[in-house]
Design a protein around this ligand. Sequence first.
Ligand code: SF4
Length: 427
Amino acid sequence: MTLPSIHISPDHSSPIYTITQGNLTKGDSISRLDSTLQLVVHKLLEGRDVDFTEACLLEKATPSELPGLCEASRHIRDIGKGSTISFSPKVFIPLTHLCRDFCDYCTFRQSPTEASSLFLSPEQVLTIAKAGQKLGCTEALFTLGERPEQRYPEAKAWLQKRGFKSTLDYLTFVCSLVLNETTLLPHSNPGTMSRIEMSNLKEVNVSLGVMLETLSLNLTKPGQPHHRAPSKWPNVRRKTLDLAGRLKIPFTTGILTGIGESKIDRIEALWAIKQSNKTYGHIQEVIIQNFQAKKSTPMAHHPNPPLHDTLWTTAVARLILGPDINIQVPPNLNSKTYPLFLLAGINDWGGISPLTKDFVNPESPWPTLATLNKETTAYGLNLKPRLPIYPEYFMNKHDFVSSSLRSNISRLVDTDGFVKGGINRYV
Ligand code: SF4
């Protein structure tokens, strides 16, 4: 089968190199890597450990060496994932847009005077979830601002009036409602969490998530994107990541690229994710999220990372994290180029909703599932719907899911752990 080849220009003018899908053969683009880089890449291809200093050598790859990195990374992807590319059919439930933090790139956060309501009511949550169920969705993604009751008295009063101590307490309640009244499985992404909050959420979520984003301390300084966002400070994010591991919670994390961090910062963040997973085995998925400038934010004029930069990050993520971790790049953030990330080693497109928009990136619609399927199969790969918990976390591991959730999971999946009926349910 002849597969598409893609011409990419790092400077967006004339094509200067080509990535083609093909078998890994000696004498191919890997052999054109600089000799030091080639040693590191070969070690990774053979499944041998590299140390952090060796991983940092990946930073030195030039644009003309990108095809070699991509070739190696997709070979590693193929070892772990074969030809399967997954996505999660979901509804996005923005439980509250209020947030105690201020990140300079965010348009999700709203103050109480801007928001149409302080929190979605239980009825509103169920209306969205039930509409999603009718369309075949299996994930209820709860995304919300960080602990708004700590900044806004009206948020605290809203929660107290209904008998909830905190936003996370309310989140736990609405997750249990969704579980009891629909077939959807909750996955919450509520920011930092304490041990007790996470334990409670584990009972009503099949997985949880927090983006590590970056470990760059520079970005917490005055004038930088995380200066007014203490929950984004590296030690806090790392603590949350490790805590999820200690509690055996299947966990989604990732890095946000292009907000002022260096390539070495990205390698350092990926390395931290790798080490946490080595200790606890809980990182089910790593998202490579490329920054998108948004109007009316302090970073409105900050440049978006170019395509070759996101391809480099994706390939390096696969090389560092190895064959088993699921790696995704959101297709809606790369609407014209997303199929290319199949050539850089991803095996997942993340949550795609046939119903709700991406409230974090409302200007970026998801591709239709028919288009996503067409683009994926064009590369000789098979698109499969998955749950918000990956098969390996409920088929091969027994303590990563609350026993009360097992029957909710098993009624939705086929013998391989993917959503029953496969892609034909959606296209
Ligand atoms: S990105 Fe998250 S933590 Fe930062 S301001 Fe937006 S909602 Fe709050």
